[in-house]
Design a protein around this ligand. Structure first.
Ligand code: ADP
Length: 160
């Protein structure tokens, strides 16, 4: 069984992520989308909120599961008995970080492959930080995230 892990912050999940999930779900028997929690990185949404939004967003895909972890991606991936780590690539600016990520993974766990899927052109500009910035100033993000995420962002920024 070919199993892949797609790790990320997903703070919050957006259409760029969902496009990678949809495409990766056709390439592997099982895809585990994993929310990485890094105590040094300040997130807008809690781990539980991010997992919940992802679960809602991927409910249509029978072979996609949502999980979360702290620590090294390779350790989590091996624990899942997966052979592949999936990542998305947007612009050239993603490349440096992803290059180091993939080579470090290879050094730590040579049996794993890190596989990149190129963003779809219409989603290439979307990032969670852009979504948060636009939403925080009251801008419309409904073309970037599913409607339940629009509501959650609204609650975070305006329902206090
Ligand atoms: P971000 O906060 O930048 O959206 P994440 O850590 O949540 O980033 O991203 C997880 C993975 O999804 C990374 O491999 C990232 O490059 C990829 N990704 C993020 N946005 C997009 C997009 N618009 N299209 C394709 N891949 C993306």
């Amino acid at each position: 069984m070919r199993i892949a892990v797609y790790p990320g912050s997903f703070d919050p999940v957006h259409y760029g992520h969902l496009d990678i999930i949809e495409r990766a779900s056709t390439l592997f028997d099982k895809l585990v989308v994993a929310v990485v929690t890094n105590p040094k990185k300040k997130a807008l949404f809690t781990r539980e909120e991010r997992v919940k939004m992802l679960n809602e967003a991927v409910s249509a895909y029978a072979n996609v599961q949502v999980a979360s972890f702290t620590g090294l991606t390779v350790n989590f991936t091996l624990k899942q008995q997966a052979q592949v780590v999936v990542r998305g690539l947007r612009a050239i600016t993603d490349f440096d970080g992803e290059f180091v990520f993939a080579l470090t993974n290879k050094k730590l766990a040579p049996e794993l492959e890190t596989v990149y899927l190129m963003t779809r052109a219409e989603y290439s500009f979307i990032s969670s930080s852009t979504v948060k910035e636009v939403a925080s100033y009251g801008g419309c993000v409904k073309e970037m995230v599913p409607s339940m995420v629009v509501e959650k962002l609204h609650k975070k920024y305006y329902d206090n």
